[in-house]
Design a protein around this ligand. Structure first.
Ligand code: MRU
Length: 351
């Protein structure tokens, strides 16, 4: 089994002088790789969800920043720094909710500032190194999250998950899906309910695809079936990923997550959230301050190429919602399991 998720797809790869992404908009019907050589293309890939999932967005943005600065003139540090700031703001504008994007960009800005006395050519090399480090770290972190979460999964557990939190969404293994993979490797005899995740179907298109490749028993359901599954005793726990965790433990994740948490609480089912440190934003006091991305109405009014709503209908399409910390049983992190009081325990571990 180890081999099955070791062979898991590479969502993003540095190829010596450019980035290769697996374009997730074509999955599951086609495996299309796309070579990205400039920051504009990277912005577009993040915006259009060709590369998606909080940690993968951070990795992509880090490489994107390098692509944006690598051809800048090398004669003046002040004008170099102004350009770095402009390109960083541009990348940050691609998607607002996942904090990994601005976290990665800021980390690279720190690298640049810390080495401001060195030749710009050397600083550029350091930027690429930092992007590669962010990428490599994420692989290790996701493995630790998976291993740390295994003890939370009882034998024969029926697990419900939402959106896609696998290797596609990260450097490798995933977050919530890493826990699922590692529970499977530990022979827990698990079964996974995969929410399709309207409107962009990350569950149906991506999670189902990843779990099938890893040969993990699963069934696909529509989002609205979760209540019925819980009511009929078919769910032992819920585990999801997150795009941003606030200092008090509130968190934003794919739209529909909050409804799942309310349902899980009503049915006394544990609700776990898997997160790397890079998704924890201690600068934000609570979930009301997390920016929620609104996306194009066409994502709701059409299904593939078919129109499924009257033309000119008005649409509201928030891509994420906020789950309050009171509904979260525990966080699974690379540093271990974090339980309430979240304000105290998140700051102790990640402050
Ligand atoms: O809009 P997406 O597909 O980027 O949303 C992704 C999610 O909501 C994931 O659950 C989250 O990023 C965690 S991924 C490890």
């Amino acid at each position: 089994m180890e081999n099955n998720h070791e062979k898991a797809v590479t969502s993003i790869e540095w190829r010596g002088d450019h980035v290769r992404i697996l374009d997730q908009t074509f999955l599951p019907s086609r495996t299309v790789y796309s070579d990205i050589r400039d920051v504009g293309r990277m912005w577009e890939a993040i915006k259009k969800l060709r590369v998606r999932g909080a940690p993968a967005i951070g990795i992509a943005a880090a490489y994107g920043l390098y692509l944006g600065i690598r051809d800048l003139p090398e004669n003046s540090y002040p004008s170099f720094e102004i350009e770095v700031k402009r390109i960083s703001d541009y990348l940050n504008s691609a998607r607002p909710t996942a904090v990994n994007l601005s976290w990665a960009v800021q980390r690279i800005q720190h690298t640049i500032h810390a080495h401001r006395d060195e030749p710009i050519q050397v600083i550029k090399d350091r930027v690429l190194k930092t992007a590669q480090t962010i990428h490599e770290e994420d692989k290790r972190v996701c493995k630790s999250i998976g291993l740390n979460g295994v003890d939370l999964i009882p034998k024969n557990a029926r697990i419900l998950t939402h959106c896609n939190t696998g290797g596609l969404a990260t450097g490798q293994y995933g977050t919530a899906l890493s826990v699922i993979y590692h529970a499977h490797v530990a022979k827990k005899n698990i079964h996974v309910w995969v929410d399709e995740t309207r409107p962009l179907l990350q569950g149906a298109r991506l999670t189902a695809w990843e779990l099938m490749r890893a040969e993990i028993p699963m069934k696909l359901v529509t989002d609205s079936m979760a209540g019925h599954l819980m009511q009929s005793g078919k769910v032992d726990l819920v585990i999801v990923g997150t795009d941003r965790v606030a200092a008090n433990g509130d968190m934003a994740n794919k739209i529909g997550t909050y409804s799942l948490a309310v349902l899980a609480s009503y049915h006394n089912i544990p609700f776990y959230v898997a997160t790397p440190a890079s998704t924890i934003d201690l600068n934000i006091a609570d979930g009301t301050l997390i920016p929620i991305e609104e996306r194009d109405s066409k994502e709701i009014t059409s299904f593939g190429s078919a129109e499924v709503a009257p033309s000119r209908v008005e649409v509201y399409n928030p891509a994420f919602d906020v789950t309050p910390s009171s509904l979260i049983t525990a966080y699974v992190t690379e540093k271990g399991i974090v339980k309430p009081d979240y304000t105290e325990n998140l700051s102790k571990l990640f402050g």
